[in-house]
Design a protein around this ligand. Structure first.
Ligand code: DOR
Ligand code: ZN
Length: 433
């Protein structure tokens, strides 16, 4: 991210969430760090941000997004993607390797870091490819990638089809201390399916993809991690069965962690009935039973965290028939409110539990220095208005990708401000108010 200016301010009277719980307090910030958390704080020359009635929480952490640069700048670039991330309350984001060229070399990893340092208002951590060109045949140089700043390895967007290759990748990545993130999808089993296989695919006449395409690879990769005595992270779990397999793998002692994405907690395959290509995402939207099972799995700890899978696309790739439309949802700017609405407003989860799934839990999985508010720590802070209701208008997105099925939906809970490295990354107008 861009270097913090000398910036001195006090966030006053918010419900501040620290490791010891939530309490109404002030936070003072100077030169990118939190100088104090307490009551009646004052700093010379400080701007005061009135946070009464607001939650003041660690900046949100997203361990799965697509920033598209290099090579996909018509969809998004690092400047627009990180602006969208900040607007969504995220102060640290990890971007996947399916760029063009693929991030399978130190040069590309370094390029992303450099661009983020120049253009990005939030911290950016590149995830490098597991296999060269995402081809699934030749491993990348994990050591060089780690040295260049890659935070993890993943072929996300594509699954590693060959189980032996995945096993070798796990063994190799472990030696360099890099976590492998699995995109679980057996493309043979997908067999041309473009939505979830079930009642709705039959009813509207679109080819369905069986849930087994996801679940078989989840099972395979859990077992491979166990046999290699290493850890693995499973991306975007979308089915009840997938969560169940991971629950059992954890019980067996496998060091598996996993995420789901906001859209699986809010929308279902019934949304595809009008053939809106903004509902096309991979893995596909599932059933109401899956949605409810994913919420249960978040509550019992089977699903460790929530990641956006922010996947911006150009309108030209969505304004085509469903079967050939690009998969993905531009998710940064709705992620928090979708989760707040589906989980907290609905009474299923406490605010603190949701915050944990979007801050400390994802940071812990990838070992990021983020996700906590503490004196002396980095000033990565997000301010949330829990009572706000707002209507999504995708034409107002900071992201270049306006592809969302949520436009027109009224959601609860709103990000008012994001501070990254002590600088206001989003919400400057509000803080002046
Ligand atoms: O829907 C998706 N879009 N799923 C993926 O795994 C990749 C992503 C993309 O890059 O567009
Ligand atoms: Zn993926």
């Amino acid at each position: 991210m861009k270097r913090a200016d000398t910036n001195v301010f006090v966030i006053r009277g918010g419900n501040v969430l620290t490791a010891s719980g939530a309490e109404v307090r002030d936070i003072s910030v100077r030169d990118g760090a939190i100088t104090a958390i307490g009551r009646g704080l004052a700093l010379d020359g400080a701007r005061v941000i009135d946070a009464s009635g607001m939650w003041v929480i660690p900046g949100l952490v997203d361990i799965h997004c697509h920033l598209r640069e290099p090579g996909g700048e018509e969809k998004e670039d690092i400047a627009s993607g990180t602006a969208a991330a900040a607007k969504g309350g995220f102060t640290s984001v990890c971007c996947m390797a399916n760029t063009n060229p693929v991030n399978d070399s130190a040069v590309v990893t370094e390029f992303i870091k450099k661009r983020a340092a120049e253009a990005g208002p939030v911290h950016v951590y590149p995830i490098a490819a597991l296999t060269k060109g995402l081809g699934g045949e030749e491993l990348t140089e994990a050591g060089e990638l780690a040295d260049a700043g890659a935070i993890a390895l993943s072929d996300d967007g594509k699954s590693v089809g060959n189980a032996r290759m995945m096993r070798l990748a796990l063994r190799y990545a472990k030696r360099f201390g890099l976590k492998v993130i699995s995109h679980p999808e057996d493309t043979d089993l997908v067999d041309g399916g473009v939505m979830n296989e079930g009642y709705w695919s039959a009813a509207i006449g679109l080819p369905g993809a069986t849930r087994a395409a996801e679940e078989t690879i989840i099972a395979r990769d859990c077992m491979l991690a166990a046999v290699e005595n290493t850890s693995i992270h499973i991306a975007h779990v979308s089915t009840a069965g997938g969560a169940h397999i991971i629950r059992n793998a954890k019980r067996l002692g496998a060091a598996v962690t996993c995420e789901t994405a906001p859209h699986y907690l809010y929308a279902t395959d019934e949304w595809v009935r009008d053939y809106d290509t903004n509902t096309k995402v991979n893995p596909p939207l599932r059933t109401e039973d899956d949605r409810l099972a994913l919420i249960d799995a978040l509550l019992d700890g089977t699903i460790d965290c929530i990641a956006t899978d922010h996947a911006p696309h150009h309108a030209d790739d969505k304004n085509v028939e469903y079967a050939i439309a690009a998969s993905g949802i531009s998710g940064f700017e709705t992620a928090f409110s979708i989760c707040w609405t589906a989980l907290v407003k609905s009474g299923r989860m406490t605010p603190e539990a949701l915050f944990e799934k979007m801050t400390s839990a994802p940071a812990r999985i990838l070992g990021l220095d983020a996700g906590a508010l503490a004196e002396g720590g980095a000033a990565d802070i997000t301010i949330i208005d829990p009572g706000a209701e707002w209507t999504v208008d995708s034409s107002k997105f900071a992201s270049r990708g306006h592809n969302t099925p949520f436009s027109g939906h009224t959601l609860s809970g709103l990000v008012k401000c994001a501070i990254a490295g002590g600088e206001i990354a989003y919400g400057r107008e509000w803080t002046c108010g």
